[in-house]
Design a protein around this ligand. Sequence first.
Ligand SMILES: Cc1cc2nc3c(=O)[nH]c(=O)nc-3n(C[C@H](O)[C@H](O)[C@H](O)COP(=O)(O)OP(=O)(O)OC[C@H]3O[C@@H](n4cnc5c(N)ncnc54)[C@H](O)[C@@H]3O)c2cc1C
Length: 211
Amino acid sequence: MAMGSVIKVHCLYDTPFWRDMGLSGQATSDTGPVGTTFDNSPASGAPGVLVGFIEGDEARRWARGTPRERYAAVVADLARYFGAAAAAPRAYSEQTWAEEEYTRGGYAGYMPPGGWMAYGAELRAPVGRIHWAGTETATVWNGYMDGAVSSGERAAMEVRATLGAPAASPRCRGTQPLAASGYGAVETADSAIGIGDGLSRVDGAREMIGG
Ligand SMILES: Cc1cc2nc3c(=O)[nH]c(=O)nc-3n(C[C@H](O)[C@H](O)[C@H](O)COP(=O)(O)OP(=O)(O)OC[C@H]3O[C@@H](n4cnc5c(N)ncnc54)[C@H](O)[C@@H]3O)c2cc1C
C-alpha cells in the first residue's frame, strides 16, 4: 500500500474573523488547490487559525511549485471562501508530507485499483500467532488516529480471545468509533513562512498544526 499525497497549510490571523460573518471556517471545494479547510483556532478564540489541505493530484502538482507560489494560491482560495481578509494572514506555515523522509506522504496507506477486491479480506486476518493492528486495518476511521486506536483494541481483543482471557474491560470494546478525528493537535512544523514585506522563511518554527 502506497502513501497518499497531502500538503497541509495554516494561515494565522489576529482573530477568527470569519465567525463574525456567521461562517464556520469549514469549506469543501472541488476547484482550486485547497480542497478542505477547518477553523483550527485555539479554544481561547485568538489568534484565528485556518487550516487547509491540498490533496492528491493537487498536492503532487503544487509540491513542484515554490513556497511563494503555493502561498499565493492558498490565500487566493481562502479569500474565495472567507472574503478578502483571508488573503492577508499574519503568518503562514506549510508542510509537504511527501517530502518527509520517514513519512513519505499522508494520511495513510491506500489500495491501488483492484486492491480491495483482491486483498481486502486479508487485511485483518491473523496469520498463525500474528495479529494485525494499524489504521489501515480499521473498519471505522480508516486512515486516521481513531482507526489506529480502534484497530489496536480489536487486535488486543483477538489475542485475548485466542488466549482464552476473560471478557474485555469497558475500555477495550473493539471497533467503536472514537469521538474526534485528531484535528487540532500541536506539533512542530518543519518550515514556516512569516508573511511580511519579504515573505521570509523561518526554519524550525513552532506553529499550531493539526496533524
Ligand atoms: C502527514 C500525516 C498527517 C496526518 N494527519 C492526521 C490528522 O490530522 N488526524 C488524524 O486522525 N490522523 C492523521 N494522520 C493519520 C494518523 O497519523 C495515522 O492514521 C496513525 O498515526 C496510524 O497509526 P498506526 O498505529 O496505525 O501506525 P503508525 O503510527 O505508523 O505506527 C506504526 C509504528 O510501527 C513502527 N514499526 C514499523 N515497522 C516496525 C518493525 N518492523 N518493528 C518495530 N516497529 C515497527 C513504526 O516505526 C511506527 O512507530 C496523518 C498521517 C500523516 C502521515
